[in-house]
Unconditional design. Structure first.
Ligand code: AMP
Length: 311
């Protein structure tokens, strides 16, 4: 089993959806990625920063799941990163109401010594210079580097984002962000342009419409499971990234064929995340529930058809 380094925000979120509103709750890209990847019992470490206002019980939620939090820095006199968002009625789009970087503003990430040879690095959403600094600290070249980002960093740190994108194998990005990054409407053309920026594999997430995996001319599609209950899509993209990278770390097979399964795992785990507010659903998720849903996925997408020329 490979080791997995996770970088990303550990945050307070305040969320509003058509179904309700929360005060500051546990959130952050690295939190969702870590919880999701922990489904595979991989050895993982979270590299991030929080303020003195961050409850230690929240850190315990991660460390109790075999996630190394020794390099989750606590800046006692600082405030934790805060994000607030409001979803539209379709739940597929949202407005960011606040992004307060706080302790993230002066963050120097430190990779734990025994993770400097990790095979898989998941560069979750935060400043692209921090993502690059984590890569620079790796003592052996990782077998797989996955990067997730969002429009906020395209707006405030585009040159730094371009620099780090050059150095990754896989990028996961949503459709709107892929269009912003490339200026292309067609996602096929956008994926081609992103290939040219560096990543050999491009995953474009389309919310309730699933996700696409591009590798040169090969394309694979995973739908999102049609769900009865969608309360809060926050963290779905990060949960997807955690499932994707966690599965690849577990199986140690970084081929396009195996990435198809990683995409299905990512989509399956994300389908749980949206059922409750914040991290609530991921904190109670059991292995047999995941298996049942994988079966549902198979039933939804498998069919046996005979082509005319096969008769
Ligand atoms: P997602 O819904 O997958 O895009 O992830 C939402 C999570 O990302 C929330 O828990 C936020 O705390 C976190 N987040 C929001 N904006 C940013 C940002 N600019 N950089 C890093 N993390 C962010």
């Amino acid at each position: 089993m490979s080791k997995l380094v996770i970088v990303g925000t550990v945050a307070f979120d305040a969320i509003e959806t058509p179904f309700g509103k929360t005060d500051k709750i546990l959130g952050g890209a690295a939190t969702y990625i870590g919880l999701s990847a922990s489904q595979f019992n991989v050895n993982s470490a979270v590299v991030s920063v929080v303020g003195g206002d961050f409850p230690s019980e929240y850190i315990d939620l991660l460390s109790n799941r075999n996630i190394d939090t020794s390099k989750l820095e606590i800046v006692k006199e600082g405030k934790t990163f805060f994000w607030s968002g409001k979803y539209h009625n379709d739940m597929n789009s949202r407005d960011t109401l606040a992004t307060e970087l706080n302790v993230l503003e002066n963050f120097n990430p430190v990779v734990p010594n025994d993770y400097k040879n990790a095979e898989v690095v998941m560069l979750g959403n935060l400043h692209p210079s921090v993502q690059q600094s984590v890569l620079d600290q790796m003592e052996t070249k990782p077998k797989l580097v996955v990067l997730d980002t969002m429009n906020f960093w395209m707006d405030v740190a585009l040159p730094e984002l371009h620099s780090v994108i050059k150095n990754v194998d896989v990028i996961t990005i949503n459709d709107e962000e892929a269009r912003q990054l490339t200026g292309e409407y067609s996602l096929v053309v956008a994926a081609q342009k992103i290939h040219e920026m560096g990543p050999k594999y491009v995953v474009i997430k389309k919310g309730e419409h699933g996700a696409l995996l591009f590798h040169n001319d090969d394309i694979f599609y995973a739908p999102a499971l049609p769900l009865k209950e969608v309360f809060d899509p926050t963290g779905a993209g990060d949960t997807f990234a955690g499932g994707f990278s966690g599965y690849l770390a577990k199986t140690e097979d970084y081929s396009f064929e195996n990435m198809k399964n990683a995409l299905i795992y990512g989509s399956t785990l994300a389908s749980f995340c949206v059922e409750k507010f914040g991290t609530e659903r991921m904190l109670t998720l059991k292995e047999d529930e995941v298996n049942q849903r994988l079966q549902q996925f198979k039933n939804l997408t498998q069919f046996d058809i005979t082509l005319k020329n096969e008769n």
